[in-house]
Design a protein around this ligand. Structure first.
Ligand code: 13P
Length: 262
């Protein structure tokens, strides 16, 4: 049986265009997903202005909330920023940090480090996004992921690890339809687990969930869980289509059921 509850996060990115559309998207996901499923953590990450309204639409928290980013200071003269206490106060339980689309806009390893620190010091779950731009024949992409991970995990204490999630999102797979194969996802998952073990020891490292993102669809989710052995998904495009997203959630629910039966 799997050690972890699968975690599936729908990252809405800069979508949808209006609050009305966000309400509709969430309501459809919530109603299709239905009740009585606590076998997995089902999460959506809406844009900041929509979070409190979505929270109001899910009072039972069967679907939890993530933020797509955070600023490392909690208060002060920082025009345009959003802090962790603000996010917690509107019901956010997970905060994504270092998404490649933010790194592409200038976020550095040092920024990611500071964000990770503020989230974990405030006892909130952090989703640290890592991933290489491209693959090469020499395996240099392992070094890229390792450097991102080591920078993000600097000063992270062992006792914080139950709140740490690593999302492996190879940039070449994001929004391209080129999903990593289950074998590639598994290989990188094992590599990340090894780095965590080196840093924190085997027992502690096992507390960290390692999820995959990059063109996850209803058609490839089962194989990524079964063969890829990932602990869940970060879903972009498909999370904006309620039927597709709920089908991915249900695949994870089924996966848990089947692994409990064996
Ligand atoms: P896609 O699922 O659209 O490839 O996006 C993945 C992603 O970036 C999720 O954070």
């Amino acid at each position: 049986m799997k050690a972890h509850k699968p975690l599936v996060i729908g990252n809405w990115k800069l979508n949808p265009a209006t609050l009305g559309k966000a309400r509709k998207l969430f309501t459809e996901i919530r109603d299709r997903y239905g009740r009585r499923k606590s076998a997995i953590n089902a999460v959506v990450a809406p844009p900041f202005p929509f979070i409190s309204e979505i929270e109001r639409l899910s009072p039972s928290r069967r679907i939890e909330l993530a933020a797509q980013d955070v600023f490392f200071e909690s208060t002060g003269a920082y025009t345009g920023e959003v802090s962790l206490p603000m996010l917690k106060s509107v019901g956010v339980s997970y905060v994504m940090v270092g998404h490649s689309e933010r790194r592409a806009r200038g976020e550095t390893d040092e920024d990611v480090y500071r964000d990770v620190q503020v989230v974990l010091k405030n006892k909130t779950q952090v989703v640290i996004c890592v991933g290489e731009k491209a693959r090469d024949d020499h395996g240099n992409y392992f070094g890229v992921v390792e450097a991102q991970l080591r920078a993000a995990l600097r000063d992270v204490k062992k006792t914080w690890l139950p709140n740490v999630i690593i999302a492996y999102e190879p940039i070449w797979a994001i929004g391209t339809g080129n999903t990593a194969t289950p074998e590639d996802a598994r290989e990188m998952k094992l590599f990340i687990a090894k780095i965590l073990t080196d840093r924190f020891g085997r027992k502690e490292a096992k507390k960290v969930r390692i999820i995959y993102g990059g063109s996850v669809k209803k058609g490839n989710a089962a194989a990524l869980l079964e063969t890829g052995e990932v602990d869940g998904f970060l879903v972009g495009g498909a999370s904006l289509r309620p039927a597709d997203f709920v089908s991915i959630l249900n695949t994870a629910v089924e996966y848990v059921k089947n692994s409990q039966a064996t």
